[in-house]
Design a protein. Structure first.
Length: 452
């Protein structure tokens, strides 16, 4: 599987020639206008500043989606075992304090209706999945990035020579919400409650909730509610007198002891679904679960095809502790080994998201790395083998002009209803280091080349 076939390289070079020529000004103008008109910003920072797309062959995308399905299936298997096996949770380092949180919906546990696998292509063009995000944003960012460049004059001109398809992902979360409603034997329209501190909140352009107005336009009934005001009855959960099928609620609101106990009871009894799950999502999104995927000691959980996929598509990952383990068929003393080979590893807090606390060994001074390792033995962390990926030149919008920068892109398929990835639902970002908008990454349009 390769990212940069000859047609991909030719299409990229053609786009850059157009951009450096007579289409540069109009492309910048189109992106600036869209940023303001559609508020393409997260926390006030523009999230789409790349002036060219990532071109990809359809076969490359299809192979990556198949890999995502295999890895997602393995994560679900591991999470199911972790949920039911306390000794296994301790073996891979899931802290004891997590156990009460698993009881919130243990018997009625369901996957996140919309999750995301985050990955990168290695130097051989093979996709490597490094994280599972059970509470993802960015799906409509991908749509907006595609729409801007596809409609711009440069997109229309490039398509004359290199026909491409830019996916429209707007329907995917709505379809997943409807599927969740039907799977519970409920009638349509789907009814979604969005838990907010203030029902006056303007969510139309919010990065995480921007799909919800579109859900309403598709006929879903959406209610904004203080979760403490939800009414839990024997036959369901109600908001303003109307039954609710799904609630979109921050996970942090559910894990506070002594709060929202009636809602937690409803989740436990299966009277309502959480948009992003609870116990299953907590375990799937833990970085510690990736040890279960990458350590041969746990391979007996998976069939042979899945084992093969994990060896190919999941980098070596281990909980950081004083222990011996195996790396590339060699038994190693983990902490001294990580200290000596920091250029090959990433340190990640087991429960973090958004790049918080991530330390890249190859960009870290020895003293800081050693201190980070020491700290990582006190709080759950993983060490994950670095995925070396090809740098590419991306023209970026900086202060109203174009600056060409060397960046690495990722490839992040969304998973719907805990089951399958969809080729239309892929977020691509380009960054100099950590792939997160708050860390300077930009959403990148993904154009899939079509037959001439």
């Amino acid at each position: 599987m390769t990212v940069r076939g000859s047609r991909v390289a030719e299409a990229t070079e053609h786009w850059m020639e157009l951009l450096r020529g007579s289409f540069g000004a109009s492309t910048i103008e189109a992106l600036l206008a869209a940023t303001e008109e559609y508020q393409l910003k997260y926390a006030g920072v523009p999230y789409c500043t790349a002036l060219r797309p990532l071109f990809m062959e359809a076969s490359t995308r299809a192979a990556a989606i198949r890999a995502a399905d295999s890895v997602n299936r393995a994560i679900r298997i591991a999470a199911d075992r972790l949920l039911g096996d306390e000794s296994f949770r301790r073996a891979i380092g899931i802290p004891v304090y997590i156990d009460p949180l698993l009881d919130i919906d243990r018997d009625a546990s369901r996957s996140s209706i919309m999750a995301r696998l985050d990955g990168m292509f290695d130097l051989e063009g093979c996709i490597q999945f490094i994280e599972y995000n059970a509470f993802p944003g960015g799906l409509l960012w991908a749509f907006e990035a595609n729409r801007v460049l596809e409609r711009a004059p440069i997109g229309q001109e490039c398509a004359r020579r290199f026909p491409f398809k830019a996916a429209d992902s707007r329907d995917l979360p709505v379809d997943a919400l409807i599927a969740e409603t039907l799977s519970r034997g409920r009638r349509l329209p789907a009814r979604l409650a969005v838990a907010v501190a203030s029902t006056a909140r303007n969510i139309s352009f919010d990065g995480d909730l921007s799909w919800i107005p579109y859900a309403a336009s598709r006929g879903c009934q959406v209610t904004f509610v203080d979760p403490a005001q939800l009414e839990v009855r024997e036959d369901g959960v109600f908001a303003e007198g109307e039954r609710v099928d799904v609630i979109d609620i921050p996970f942090g609101a559910l894990i506070k002891p002594g709060q929202l106990d009636a809602l937690k009871g409803a989740l436990r009894r299966g009277l309502i679904s959480s948009m992003f799950g609870v116990s299953q999502s907590l375990l799937c999104s833990s970085k510690l679960t990736f040890e279960a995927l990458s350590d041969p000691a746990h391979a007996d959980m998976f069939d042979h095809d899945t084992q093969r996929a994990l060896r190919r598509h999941v980098p070596w990952t281990r909980r950081v502790s004083e222990r011996w383990t195996v790396f590339e068929n060699q038994r190693v003393d983990l902490l001294p080994f990580l200290a000596e080979h920091r250029d090959r590893f990433v340190l990640k807090p087991a429960g973090s998201s958004g790049g918080d606390g991530v330390i890249l060994g190859w960009k870290c001074e020895p003293g800081r790395w050693d201190a980070a390792l020491k700290m990582a033995t006190k709080r759950p962390h993983v060490a994950q083998q670095r995925v070396a990926s090809e740098e590419q030149v991306f023209p970026m919008l900086v202060d109203g002009g174009m600056v060409e920068e060397a960046r690495i892109h990722d490839f992040n398929p969304f998973i719907f209803n805990g089951k399958t990835a969809r080729p239309e639902g892929i977020l691509v970002r380009a960054s100099g280091s950590i792939h997160n908008v708050s860390g300077g990454a930009s959403t990148v349009a993904l154009f899939v080349l079509q037959d001439p």
